[in-house]
Design a protein around this ligand. Sequence first.
Ligand SMILES: C[S@@+](CC[C@H](N)C(=O)[O-])C[C@H]1O[C@@H](n2cnc3c(N)ncnc32)[C@H](O)[C@@H]1O
Length: 215
Amino acid sequence: MTLEERNQQVRAFFNGKIDTYDNVHSEYMKTKVLLAESLDKYAKKILDLGGGTGLELIHLFELFPQAQVTVIDITENMLEKLKTRDFAGRVTTICGDFFEVPFGKDFDAVITTSAFHHFKKDEKIRLLKKILGCLKDGGQFINCDLIALTAEEEAAQLVDLENNIGYSKHVDIPLTIENEIDALEKAGFKQITSGNGGKENYGLFIARKNISHIS
Ligand SMILES: C[S@@+](CC[C@H](N)C(=O)[O-])C[C@H]1O[C@@H](n2cnc3c(N)ncnc32)[C@H](O)[C@@H]1O
């Protein structure tokens, strides 16, 4: 299955989950809140990749009421739900695939949560390079995502992916912390840190484009 086909499978999956998504993900609020809490204080122009129904933006707009947020997401039903939130007027939504849609430029920060564990490492490096290109110098990339706890788990999920052809449900293929960091380094990010992402199997990764601003 190609990356494009897998991304369409992800889209079909989330389009079908819209009635239950927010309830299921209320358990994951800590993983979402960490994004806003990790942002530089001056952050204003923010790109949220895979923002879905906007759960991470609830806390973000409390902390950053002046933020201008762009959300790119492939799943139209998720974005329709986001558009019903009271902060929707402060969000620009773009419905499309990360690998195809132009990101724009000069963002203070790019954030993402629970959205990048659908990509193989080489695909992720490609995406990270695209993110680097849309950040201001010193800008932040913050990713809170599912991780593989061991190299064996990472490898096993890749095997599941290869065996998944023809099935309707997408397969999660999270990387280990070490591979997440290596992907960020290979893409050209600096000042990379990692920590717990609010659940045992979630990692929080923060990295910068070049030099850091005073936050
Ligand atoms: C688990 S949801 C997370 C939504 C939100 N960030 C949250 O934490 O509640 C993953 C989101 O990533 C989006 N997504 C996954 N792969 C994508 C891709 N290739 N391009 C654009 N959006 C994608 C999905 O459509 C979905 O809305």
